[in-house]
Design a protein around this ligand. Structure first.
Ligand code: FAD
Length: 438
């Protein structure tokens, strides 16, 4: 069939992966159309709060980055184990670090779309792609609700659900284990109170990120993470739990967040703040082991649609930006009009050389392994840490050695030795995976 192409490349999805792909392809002289179902940039998207500067620097020059609409630079990170009344925290502060920015999602996407339009990308909002067009086994465009658009290559950057990749048969059916469900509340609090409470400067040059383990009253075998970020005059608090754990425990994620908000440490963070937004989103946990086929004739997949994320470290936008860049560059650099899956598979080879494939590989078992020990991480060890610190911080007129002896015996008595060995083996396995990763 003779096709009248509307564009060289169509990108489906204007999140960080899609916009980065579109910008990278247009820079190589291609005619690029970027389609998103959302009426306004970023209005369908949601995340915790951190965008990482190194990935941005690989796409935008210094002058452009000066206009990034960030609200604070995140340079204090805390990892915290919550027990029933308090916590054990590890905090790392680095006042000179500029590696992560707290940016509202709609501001980030709007800013990126502005850059893309300036560079010549044709942005089509408010348009749902419902199918892909096929010509002799090649994807040659997209079917929207209203019309057909033809292109030589389609880049799928349509996020976690990517039903288009599913339709093409590039990925397996999802099961509950493959997804984390997260809900997040945004709280408004005046800027000055935020700065006093978290000891932040008024020039927005510092900000706080916190990750919490545990915090639920009853022992529940669920692997959950709570996250918290400071913005200019808002705070973000959210939890993420595997869909499988929610299903198995018949839990409602909203109730998990409500319970966490009652923990004394969390309550103190959001005191006097009032909720202004509530949102929910899935996080792909398919990882390296269930990665879709990344290319086929006339099509490339990038970002969350390919499961490119490291949820242990809350990194996803950087995976999206860099995979998008490589997808855009690969699609744009094919000169002989042969857009076969074989030619486009250069994309995977490029990805293999980056942190994306290396980290996905090293972390391929981590969530699955830690999930199996979720009762230990979220309940048992936080409880024992509390008991230990009670001993060393309270001058209760009882000899320290007798208390430490009692604590050690209780540690071994309460903990079935098989469980203890399983915990130790899991932590060692995780360490080995990361250390000997790619
Ligand atoms: C709760 C949560 C917290 C997170 N926290 C962080 C964090 O702090 N830092 C970090 O780096 N990452 C974080 N992430 C991960 C990060 O948000 C994602 O990895 C990243 O947004 C993926 O970008 P993307 O462009 O691939 O997909 P998305 O950002 O999901 O964009 C997909 C786009 O495709 C569009 N779309 C979908 N289907 C269609 C269709 N059929 N037709 C047209 N348009 C379509 C959508 O409207 C959307 O704009 C978090 C994620 C979640 C859910």
């Amino acid at each position: 069939m003779d096709i009248l192409y509307n564009a060289d490349i169509i990108v489906v999805g204007a999140g960080p992966a899609g916009i980065s792909a579109a910008i990278s392809a247009v820079r190589l002289g291609k005619k690029v159309v970027l389609i998103d179902r959302a009426k306004y940039p970023g209005s369908k998207n949601m995340y915790g709060g951190a965008v990482y500067s190194e990935a941005l620097k690989q796409i935008f020059d210094e002058k452009t980055l000066e206009t990034l609409p960030y609200e604070r630079i995140i340079n204090s990170n805390t990892w915290s184990f919550l027990n029933d009344t308090g916590s054990f925290d590890l905090t790392y502060n680095n006042s000179s670090s500029k590696s992560a920015y707290a940016i509202k999602r709609f501001n980030f996407e709007r800013w990126m779309i502005d850059q893309a339009k300036k560079e010549g990308v044709y942005y089509v909002p408010n348009t749902l792609v419902v199918d892909l067009l096929d010509d002799n086994g090649y994807v040659v465009g997209v079917q929207t609700e209203l019309e057909k658009y033809y292109s030589r290559v389609v880049i799928l950057a349509d996020g976690v659900n990517s039903f288009l990749a599913g339709k093409l048969g590039l990925r397996k059916e999802f099961v509950p284990k493959d997804m984390i469900l997260s809900v997040k509340e945004t709280f408004k609090l005046d800027k000055k109170t935020i700065e006093e409470r978290f000891r932040l400067k008024s020039d927005l040059s510092n900000g706080v990120a916190k990750m919490y383990f545990g915090g639920l009253k009853e022992v529940k075998n669920i692997f959950m993470m709570t996250y918290f970020y400071t913005f200019k005059d808002t705070l973000m608090l959210g939890v993420g739990v595997s869909l499988e754990d929610l299903k198995r425990n018949r839990l409602n994620i909203n109730e998990v967040l409500d319970e966490i908000k009652e923990h004394p440490d969390i309550k103190a963070l959001i005191k006097d703040a009032y909720p202004v937004e509530y949102s929910a989103h899935l996080i792909p946990e398919t990882g390296y082991k269930k990665m879709p086929k990344l290319t086929a004739n006339g099509v490339i997949i990038a970002g969350d649609a390919a499961g490119f994320i490291n949820s242990v470290h809350f990194e996803g936008t950087n995976f999206a930006l860099i995979s998008g860049k490589l997808a855009g560059e690969t699609a744009a650099s094919i000169n002989d009009f042969d857009y076969s899956g074989w030619n486009l598979s250069q994309y995977r080879k490029k990805l293999e050389k980056t942190f994306i494939m290396k980290d996905l590989y090293s972390y391929r078992n981590i969530i699955e392994n830690l999930s199996k020990r979720s009762g230990s991480l979220s309940y048992y060890y936080p409880k024992k840490i509390k008991e230990f610190f009670e001993i060393i911080t309270s001058a209760n007129c009882i000899s320290k050695s007798s208390q430490i002896r009692k604590f050690s015996f209780s540690f071994l008595r309460d903990r079935n030795i098989t469980e203890l060995l399983k915990d130790i083996t899991t932590f060692i396995k995780c360490g080995i995976d990361i250390f000997f990763g790619k």
